[in-house]
Design a protein around this ligand. Structure first.
Ligand code: V55
Ligand code: FE
Length: 535
């Protein structure tokens, strides 16, 4: 061995080494009993079986990605403005193991990625949060959890573990990156390394809810994070835990409230004075869960309920206002004026999720699932309103609305949303694409009700966008939109686009080209470099 290696060039030695490692890894990954004992220190457990993904359900197509990776200095086309310094985080479901039959895209393991942008350079990193679920399954080398938010379908060995996938949103507070799923407490990660710090974060023991939303809100003036958990005392409980954590992460205010019926409360609204919840007919259904089905079914016989309570109170002032069957998941922005609260959400007539079944057997209706931006409001000085008000603000259809996040909780006028413009062409080579791609980012100005539009072109589909202020004190909405797009003529290969909000119509100022198609994002978050802890 020694003699032979002397005769080899350095490069040849390296090659041989690579090959040996590669073979060992392959054998281990395959979990084949025939070779694993001989070549690899990793012995598959007795229950291991071959891992094979047979076209599992996913968001946006492309199949599971599963690759944790680091790229120093991504390929950039165009010029990244030098005033952009910070990190764009994103998360989405990315199956760790082949899912159980009947499972849905929303149950894949969360995979977090970071585009660290500074000095015109971009470094990319991605890691799976080490949830309790991820680690148990990695150790067993197989799936141990059943279908979406249904503990009745789990392997008995995981009965005492958190089911959280951390796949829905990433936000940053008191030095920690939180990967969030609404059925479990936050998973805390190191914002530089994406290493998992705590797989069940309770704010130092202060969190008395078994769940935590994916959509906390941030009050820039106080540094507070205002948040909640629904089904907070366990499966199908009608309890909601509402709380605020100060800039140091200490929980300083909490209250408990009850909902009229138990349904999905995916997002909420916080103004300076009030907190509001919308309960939608995506109802928790334990009976169906016991039959092996997912957590929710759409019950078209149910109304929506809009609940409002005062921030900082004991929750006893909570009032519920009724509305018709509607589906609404995300808040663009919210504010109060005197005793009035205004909440802007994308809203559709019926179930917007084809993979959550309709309880009464109605077929999924894509037309009734198209959402537009609505303004919900109530005047709390009126003694007897029974219904909340709603107004459709714009005709553009889309989902995943955002705002300039510096304006969370305060009066705002600028919103953003990925939209599908039916008047724009689809590339002729994409005649096989069954859906109309999300082809635009629309910017909404509520002060004029005027809109502006970035059209991505005829060959791409956009994921959620996130706003980056041009500078710390830049006017509302003045800056950049960042978001990942899939290049459909290149197998869906992913670019991060940077679009200047002052020149939306002119196309991206820079395009960060990833050498692969990454998993689809649910939500993303921007953190300015000055807010990050020292590395
Ligand atoms: C949403 C996403 C979820 C979920 C519940 O967009 C609601 C809404 C990715 O998981 O579990
Ligand atoms: Fe969401």
């Amino acid at each position: 061995m020694k003699n032979r290696s002397k005769q080899r060039s350095k490069a040849a030695n390296l090659k041989a080494m690579d090959r040996r490692d590669f073979m060992g890894t392959l054998a281990a990954a395959a979990g084949s009993t025939a070779v694993a004992g001989a070549l690899s220190p990793f012995r598959p457990s007795a229950s291991a079986e071959t891992v094979h993904f047979d076209n599992p359900p996913g968001l946006g197509g492309g199949g599971p990605f599963r690759c944790e990776c680091d790229i120093r200095d991504c390929d950039v086309e165009g010029e990244i403005p030098l005033n952009i310094d910070g990190a764009f985080y994103r998360v989405g479901p990315d199956w760790q193991y082949p899912p159980m039959k009947g499972n849905i895209p929303f149950d894949g393991e969360g995979h977090v990625s970071m585009f660290r942008i500074s000095g015109g350079h971009v470094d990319f990193k991605s890691r799976y949060p080490r949830t309790q679920r991820y680690r148990a399954q990695a150790a067993a080398r197989r799936r141990l959890f059943g279908v979406y938010r249904n503990k009745f379908t789990d392997d008995p060995s995981v009965a005492n573990l958190s089911r959280g996938t951390a796949n829905t949103h990433v936000v940053y507070h008191h030095g920690l990156l939180f990967a969030l799923k609404e059925d479990s407490p936050p998973v805390a990660m190191n914002p530089h390394t994406l290493d998992t710090i705590d797989d069940y974060y309770t704010f130092g023991g202060g969190l008395h809810s078994l769940t935590h939303t994916a959509h906390p809100k941030f009050d820039r003036a106080t540094g507070e994070m205002i948040s909640y958990g629904y089904e907070a005392k366990g499966l199908a409980t009608d309890d909601v835990y509402v709380f605020s954590a100060n800039a140091k992460g200490q929980i300083t205010w909490t209250c408990w409230i009850k909902v009229p019926y138990v349904g999905m409360i995916h997002d909420f609204a916080v103004s300076q004075k009030y907190i509001a919840f919308l309960v939608i007919p995506m109802a928790t259904n334990v009976e169906r869960m016991k039959q092996g089905q997912v957590h929710f079914a759409w019950d078209s016989t149910l109304p929506t309920w809009f609940g409002v309570l005062e921030r900082g109170g004991d929750g006893k002032d909570l009032r519920w206002f009724k509305g018709p069957e509607r589906c609404a998941t995300h808040v663009m922005g919210a504010f109060s004026e005197g005793n009035k609260i205004y909440v802007d959400m994308d809203m559709a007539l019926k179930n917007q999720f084809p993979f959550f079944p309709n309880l009464h057997g109605e077929p999924f209706d894509p037309k009734a699932a198209a959402g537009t931006v609505h303004r919900l409001s109530v005047d709390l000085s009126e003694k007897t309103p029974r219904d909340y008000n709603m107004e459709e603000l714009y005709p553009q259809t889309g989902a995943l609305p955002r705002q300039d996040d510096r304006y969370q909780t305060i009066p705002y006028k600028i919103g953003f949303m990925p939209t599908s413009d039916p008047t724009k062409p689809v590339n002729a080579k994409l005649s096989n694409v069954a859906f109309r791609p999300t082809n635009s980012y629309t910017m909404f100005d509520h002060s004029t009700r005027k809109t502006r539009q970035f059209w991505v072109g005829d060959d791409s589909s956009l994921q959620e966008c996130c706003f980056v202020p041009r500078s710390k004190e830049a006017p509302e909405g003045d800056g950049y939109l960042v978001g990942v797009t899939n290049r459909l003529l290149e197998g869906g290969r992913s670019d991060l686009l940077i679009v200047d909000t002052a020149h939306l119509e002119d196309g991206p100022v820079a395009r960060v080209k990833l050498p692969f198609r990454t998993y689809s994002q649910v939500h993303g978050w921007w953190v300015p470099a000055e807010d990050l802890p020292k590395a």
